[in-house]
Design a protein around this ligand. Structure first.
Ligand SMILES: Cc1cc2nc3c(=O)[nH]c(=O)nc-3n(C[C@H](O)[C@H](O)[C@H](O)COP(=O)(O)OP(=O)(O)OC[C@H]3O[C@@H](n4cnc5c(N)ncnc54)[C@H](O)[C@@H]3O)c2cc1C
Length: 333
């Protein structure tokens, strides 16, 4: 089959690879260059985890994990750092309780740690009185930018043609293909003026603070939605950010501003929970969230022979390889 893929970010690069490796004729179109920093998939790290308050995401991740392992093998480079993860909140917080239930229902091994065990094993984290943490060993970080580039490379090796600096203005331009997969991230609505999705694009900032967390897990504060990483070995300092959608942002605006107030918020959070980090900001960057009202993903067929897919809402990277594979299957089966 001849399949067009619009958008070569996390999902599109995966879709191109799976289609090409299955022997289909694939042309991928990317408005910028592959690995650019104006969408949602650039940077050094994204969290991967089974640990979710919603059991269906935990279950879906058991299909995504083997795909990440296979990608790493095929690419021959480190793309997934399985450093484990800590998920903390007040002991009886509903998110923490739901996370535990989701792990139990899906049979995923995990451990509950109290403040004393945290102080002994992960002394950089200061838990507040009455907080507890779930430890889960399969969590870690995905090397986001490197993954997009690796998937694009593997797709090309398998015969895909990837056209950069090419904006698809309308789906009619692709009428000669047997199927079109649209995974355009923050631009998802531009190709469907008559069937728009309820999406809000927001600018999100990540901040790296001076200090080190060697051999550390990723972590999520399930009450405040701050989260962070160990050092990624590429950028000096330690990255943290907050998973709360910010103000709406036009993705066609060419610059991606960074705000001192966001850095200050990261410093204030670290002062309370990771006092060994700071006081310097070693790096910061902005990225786009594309949010649905309930933070779920979009996977639909708005017209015959069109698959529209978006691993969005600020938590889609870990699923993007699975979304790419499902899109490839939907297009060809
Ligand atoms: C700050 C931040 C932190 C995040 N943290 C996590 C995390 O820890 N864990 C996690 O799982 N997820 C996380 N996410 C979410 C995750 O990164 C995104 O869900 C994912 O990267 C989205 O991938 P995508 O392929 O849908 O979009 P993109 O990667 O943006 O790809 C869409 C591509 O389509 C191209 N395009 C658009 N329109 C056209 C057109 N008309 N013609 C040609 N090309 C077009 C764009 O240029 C772009 O390259 C985070 C996101 C951000 C911003």
């Amino acid at each position: 089959m001849r399949v067009a893929v619009v958008g070569i970010g996390a999902v599109g690069s995966a879709a191109c690879r799976f289609l090409a490796e299955a022997g289909h004729t694939v042309i991928g179109f990317e408005r910028f260059t592959i690995g650019h920093a104006l969408g949602s998939s650039h940077g050094e790290s994204r969290i991967i985890r089974y640990v979710y308050p919603e059991a269906h995401y935990t279950k879906l991740m058991s299909q995504a994990y083997p795909l990440w392992d296979a990608l790493e093998q095929a690419a021959g480079e480190e793309l997934f750092v399985r450093c484990g993860g800590l998920f903390f909140a007040p002991k009886d917080h509903p998110e923490l309780t739901s996370m535990q239930q989701a792990l139990e229902v899906n049979g995923i091994a995990h451990t509950l740690l109290g403040p004393e065990e945290i102080a002994e094993r992960y002394p950089a984290l200061v838990l507040a009185q009455g907080e507890a943490a779930i430890w889960q060993s399969d969590a870690g970080l995905l090397r986001a930018g490197a993954i997009v580039r690796a998937q694009a490379r593997l797709a090309q090796n398998a015969g895909a043609e990837l056209r950069e600096s090419t904006v698809i203005g309308s789906l009619e331009e692709l009428s000669g293909f047997d199927h079109v997969i649209v995974c355009a991230g923050a631009w998802a609505n531009t190709l469907f003026p008559e069937q728009p999705l309820s999406l809000t694009v927001t600018r999100q900032q990540v901040t790296y603070l001076s200090g080190e967390l060697p051999d550390y897990p990723i972590w999520i504060d399930a009450e405040s939605y701050w989260y962070g990483f160990p050092g990624d070995g590429r950028i000096a300092g330690v990255k943290l950010a907050r998973h709360i959608p910010q103000v709406p942002f036009d993705p066609n605006q060419q610059d991606r501003p960074t705000l001192a107030s966001d850095d200050d918020a990261a410093l204030a959070y670290a002062a309370a929970h990771f006092p060994s980090l700071g006081p310097d900001v070693t790096h910061h960057a902005s990225c786009l969230y594309t949010n649905t009202p309930d933070e779920s993903f979009v996977f639909d067929h708005p017209r015959p022979k069109i698959t529209r897919i978006s691993a969005c809402s600020g938590h889609g990277f870990k699923f993007s390889i699975l979304m790419g594979r499902l899109a490839a299957e939907a297009a060809t089966k």
